[in-house]
Ligand binder design. Structure first.
Ligand code: SF4
Ligand code: F3S
Length: 104
């Protein structure tokens, strides 16, 4: 599966949802997650993210975020169309500590 990682938080560009062939993205207030059991590993979303927030689960260090994706994909609503990104999205691109600061 692919995983939405920390840099999505407060960036939430949503280009990823437009290309997913199985519509497996779910939307929280500050970020999206991928349902790990629905993702077919096609990889097309990875290069679409301007924040480079999508990684395969074979990448080192994504374990925590994989569990976050799994948990919240069951709680948040499905999203299939790109909405308007936050006005300050670029300011948060690459910022450290976003998980601790904004994830609830
Ligand atoms: Fe969707 Fe493919 Fe990305 Fe998985 S890897 S979330 S199936 S676009
Ligand atoms: Fe997030 Fe990148 Fe999608 S910032 S919403 S994973 S395009």
């Amino acid at each position: 599966t692919y995983v939405v990682t920390e840099n999505c938080i407060k960036c939430k560009f949503m280009d990823c949802v437009e290309v997913c062939p199985v519509d497996c993205f779910y939307e929280g207030e500050n970020m999206l997650v991928i349902h790990p059991d629905e993702c077919i590993d096609c990889g097309v979303c990875e290069p679409e993210c301007p924040a480079e927030a999508i990684l395969p689960d074979t990448e080192d260090g994504v374990e925590k975020m994989l569990e976050v994706n799994r948990e919240y994909a069951e709680k948040w609503p499905n999203i299939t169309q790109k909405g308007e990104e936050p006005a300050d999205a670029e300011e948060f691109n690459g910022k450290e500590g976003k998980f601790e600061e904004f994830f609830s």
